[in-house]
Design a protein around this ligand. Structure first.
Ligand SMILES: Nc1ncnc2c1ncn2[C@@H]1O[C@H](COP(=O)(O)OP(=O)(O)O)[C@@H](O)[C@H]1O
Ligand SMILES: [Mg+2]
Length: 445
């Protein structure tokens, strides 16, 4: 992509309405535009990151054996009457009437609809375990939408639902979700800590929220700093090995980590004092086991091995896909702009031509573009006729982790400069060396 042909409406001024860094930076970097309160258009740069996050979520869900489908955003009210939630859900649900006067709603979540799909087709334990998920827009009429995509009214969520024969099998599904979520966040360059949570309006017995530490987070969190040392890294995970999944779950849930809703001073006091931390966090996901809460009222039954019809045990598991953009930026930025982790960056490398129109510089940039693309990477080439300072400022703002700078003096010596956005360090090297280095950096992503 060449910047002269792209649509990247960066803002010079800091928008007054944005109170936190991620919201300010997403507006300034031309990633989103507010359409109405808590509802956003995703401009090209924002959409690229959103799609990358979706891709990682999909890959990790499919790796765990979970099956994607797609349910609609609009739902009929009747299913929600069956579960008893149509009246219980309250003002956050956007209710709509179609021209026939039928009551509809814009889905805030999909437990009822997925349970209806399940009961329509599955009737035997032999078809279990089954976990279905989708990535779909949700609407919740939040009282105070704020912080941009962090607390929107319309937002993109991955929500998955497991169907299992009994409690033990549902716990294996719980562990699978825990592990797949840990992998998902790690690939995005995030440390998200599973914290014991309250079951809230969905209702459940076992639930963890995943929180990214950030001063601007909405939840107060209390944790044992030992949990910060835990990494899956390249550990081999076998999703058919229930014992391994359970041991990873217990590794991550043994150190104290709770939000203000479940915090217990007495238990916290047992953590060695030098490891006790209080901070704030952003909830980027949550997993729930809720047993037969929906399968009973909706009649999602299967025949067990003895031929008895029993309600399936279920759980629901969500990742805040659009919120993750905000969370990643809160965790990774500086005063010049965003610093994308390699796993989600909208372009792999920025190319800055310091002397646009100079034959040697232009040719070198075109050559880099071609070589980078040949490695399967996507460059963003700033080919505008702008001052060097302005080009650097744009690249720093939009946060591509790597930049190749091409100038007349370097080119005369056969060299370009490769710069890390994170450290600011630059190194001179040939075009071939720079491209080889980039390919190696991105090989793991
Ligand atoms: N209003 C919102 N805007 C953006 N993301 C949201 C919003 N509400 C929830 N999410 C994301 O979706 C995930 C799953 O939602 P859920 O746990 O059902 O929501 P909540 O915690 O608000 O009850 C949350 O962990 C969060 O990351
Ligand atoms: Mg939640």
């Amino acid at each position: 992509m060449r910047l002269s042909r792209y649509f990247l409406p960066v803002l010079k001024e800091t928008p007054a309405e944005a109170q936190i860094a991620s919201h300010r930076l997403m507006l300034r970097a031309g990633m989103i535009k507010q359409a109405s309160a808590g509802i956003y258009s995703w401009l090209p740069l924002g959409l690229k990151v959103l799609r990358n996050i979706e891709r990682i979520v999909n890959e990790e869900q499919e790796r765990a054996g979970h099956v994607p489908l797609l349910m609609p955003t609009l739902q009929g009210a009747d299913l929600w009457r069956e579960s008893g939630r149509y009246d219980a859900y309250g003002e956050e649900m956007l209710r709509i009437k179609d021209r026939q006067g039928r009551e509809m709603l814009y889905g805030p979540t999909n437990e009822e609809m997925i349970t209806d799909i399940f009961r329509s087709y599955v009737s035997s334990y032999k078809d279990l375990p089954l976990t279905l998920y989708h990535i779909q827009w949700k609407f919740r009429d939040e009282m105070r939408p704020r912080f941009g995509v962090m607390r929107g009214r319309e937002f993109l969520m991955k929500d998955g639902y497991n169907f299992d024969l009994d409690y033990e099998a549902a716990m294996v599904a719980y562990d699978r979700h825990m592990v797949s979520y840990l992998r998902t966040y790690e690939r995005m360059g995030l440390q998200a800590i599973p914290m014991r949570a309250d079951s809230g309006p969905i209702g459940g017995e076992d639930t963890h929220e995943f929180l990214v530490l950030a001063e601007t987070g909405e939840s107060e969190v209390f944790y044992d700093s030992a949990i910060l040392d835990l990494k899956l890294a390249d550990r081999a995970v076998d999703y058919d090995d229930a014992a391994q999944l359970a041991s990873i779950r217990s590794e991550w849930t043994t150190p104290y980590a709770r939000t203000d809703e479940t915090h217990d001073e007495g238990v916290f006091a047992e953590v060695p004092e030098e490891r006790r931390r209080t901070s704030r966090g952003i909830e980027v996901g949550q997993i729930f086991y809720f047993g037969t809460k929906y399968s009973e009222p909706l009649g999602a039954m299967v025949a067990n091995e003895k031929g008895e019809r029993v309600p399936v045990h279920m759980g629901s598991h969500g990742i805040g896909v659009s919120r993750l953009l905000g969370a990643i930026i809160e965790a990774s930025h500086d005063d010049k702009g965003i610093i994308w982790p390699e796993g989600v960056t909208p372009f792999h490398v920025g190319i800055v031509n310091l002397r646009q129109g100079d034959a040697a510089c232009d040719a070198a940039c075109a050559e880099i573009e071609a070589q980078v693309a040949a490695k399967g990477l996507e460059p963003l080439y700033d080919d505008r006729d702008e001052r060097a300072g302005a080009k650097f400022a744009t690249m720093d703002l939009i946060g591509l982790p790597w930049r190749i700078t091409v100038g007349p003096r370097g080119i005369a010596a056969g060299k370009v400069e490769l710069t890390s956005r994170r450290t600011g360090e630059s190194e001179e090297m040939t075009v071939e060396e720079a491209v080889t280095r980039l390919a190696a950096i991105y090989a793991g992503h």
